[in-house]
Design a protein around this ligand. Structure first.
Ligand SMILES: Cc1cc2nc3c(=O)[nH]c(=O)nc-3n(C[C@H](O)[C@H](O)[C@H](O)COP(=O)(O)OP(=O)(O)OC[C@H]3O[C@@H](n4cnc5c(N)ncnc54)[C@H](O)[C@@H]3O)c2cc1C
Length: 411
């Protein structure tokens, strides 16, 4: 086995949005890193995936690499209208005349994940951080003194700390003996990207549309969200649906035609079906406090409320902060404590996010008669009371609050 060392004190497994953010956030704190990525440089990252980027995420990216947050704002779009229908009847429609947020950063932006990742790659290039492509992490050994990693290309790496940002199937998670715990959505979701080159920011009639029990989708819930270059169409399967049959080319063309109109029928770019997992690792750090899990390596969430990439980027920034302080610490105990605190904070945040996404999932898929009745009553009252329609519009996304902040000690 040929040896390869790096002078960088921190290794990062995975060049997804979370690993790349961790590298930029460490660089911003004066810490050099080496990124090890399993896939080749010319990989295909298909599907729009994390289109909804929260304002707080944009502010984090702007802080760790000035210009990155505002570039994404420029590239993305803010849809001004929220519209909800219930069994064919409009129950809520509101248009905002301002994108919200503060300064140059709006409340959110809508941009395909692949575009966000390209801007992150450019940012890494700008600050001189290399990605070692086709270097899949295979083994991780941590000790009180640091971490030793072997990659699939036969190289070996040593560093003070390792950030495991290697996604849902994380090898790093398995190597430190952490396990995923949780469950998965009852029914499947079909998600498609439909190209629309005419979509540009500032389009006055752009709207996010949610339709409960849509007649044009045979009584399934349908969500339609614009992003730069196209639309995301989500169809929620119902009991006894066969997601494979429903996501076939022919059936999807029908859905697109019936929901969006004939002119979109040939614009289908990507289709996939998912059962969403709702799981988190039983620990986010290893026994020696040298390995920190972040992003989907640490938790997988149903996408309602858009907490996946957004919370992964928060993990990455907090991991960078903990490592930067730990590297400067005069005592080992303080260094350990920083990493432990990272684990405590982000485990608490993941618990909160799982609860929030789970609440949305239960609302959408559960057959609790009280929820079903509440939806019916709200829909019937929406003509007279706007708040009833607003509740129907908002509930599929779960609560809006932020996770609690954890500190050391009991107070
Ligand atoms: C349909 C859909 C819609 C979504 N919508 C949203 C949304 O609107 N907002 C939101 O916030 N999130 C959303 N998400 C979630 C979001 O896509 C993920 O949370 C995000 O990609 C996770 O980033 P990550 O960097 O943790 O993992 P990944 O993106 O999976 O990146 C992990 C990286 O690690 C690499 N890797 C894997 N194993 C190894 C190894 N052993 N060694 C080295 N490298 C390795 C992989 O090749 C990959 O490059 C959505 C997801 C889906 C599927």
């Amino acid at each position: 086995m040929s040896g390869e060392t790096t002078d960088a004190p921190v290794l990062i497994a995975g060049a997804g949005p979370v690993g790349m953010t961790a590298a930029l956030a460490l660089h911003a704190r004066g810490v050099e890193t080496t990124i090890l990525e399993a896939e080749p440089e010319d990989r295909d990252r298909s599907g729009s995936r994390a289109i909804y980027v929260h304002g707080s995420t944009l502010r984090t990216l702007e802080r760790v690499h000035p210009g990155l947050g505002t570039d994404l704002v420029e590239e993305g779009l803010v849809w001004p209208t929220r519209r909800t229908l219930y069994k064919g009847k409009e129950v809520f429609n509101r248009t905002y005349d301002s994108p919200g947020g503060s300064g140059d950063i709006p409340h959110f932006t809508s941009v395909p994940q692949v575009v966000t990742e390209q801007y992150m790659l450019d940012a890494l290039d700008e600050v001189g951080i290399d990605i070692h492509w086709e270097a899949e992490v295979e083994t991780v050994d941590s000790s009180a003194d640091g971490v030793h990693v072997e990659t699939s290309d036969g190289r070996e790496w040593s560093a003070e700390y390792l950030v495991g940002a290697d996604g849902g199937g994380s090898t790093v998670r398995k190597e430190i003996g952490a396990n995923f715990e949780g469950d998965q959505s009852e029914n499947a979701f079909i998600i498609a990207d439909v190209e629309d080159e005419a979509i540009e920011d500032g389009h006055e009639d752009l709207e996010r549309m949610f339709h409960y029990d849509a007649p044009e989708a045979d009584g399934r819930n349908v969500l339609l969200v614009p992003f730069t270059g196209g639309w995301r169409l989500d169809i929620q399967c119902i009991e006894d649906d066969d997601p494979e049959e429903l996501s076939s080319d022919e059936r999807m063309r029908e859905f697109v035609r019936d929901v969006m109109g004939e002119e979109y029928e040939d614009n289908l770019k990507w289709v996939s079906s998912y059962y969403f997992l709702q799981v988190m690792a039983d620990t986010f750090v290893d026994d020696h406090r040298r390995v920190l899990l972040a992003g989907e390596a640490a938790h997988l969430l149903a996408p309602f409320g858009a907490r996946g990439m957004n919370s992964g980027i928060a993990d990455a920034d907090e991991a960078a902060s903990a490592i930067a302080v730990a590297l400067d610490a005069r005592t080992d105990a303080v260094a350990r404590d920083e990493v432990e605190l990272y684990g405590a904070r982000r485990e608490k945040a993941a618990e909160y996010n799982l609860g929030a996404a789970g609440q949305a999932l239960e609302y959408l898929q559960g057959d609790d008669p009280v929820t079903v009745l509440r939806k019916e009553v709200a829909a019937s009252m929406s003509d007279k009371f706007e708040t009833a329609g607003e509740w129907l519009d908002d509930a599929p996304y779960g609560p809006h609050g932020a996770p609690p902040i954890v500190s050391t000690g009991s107070y």
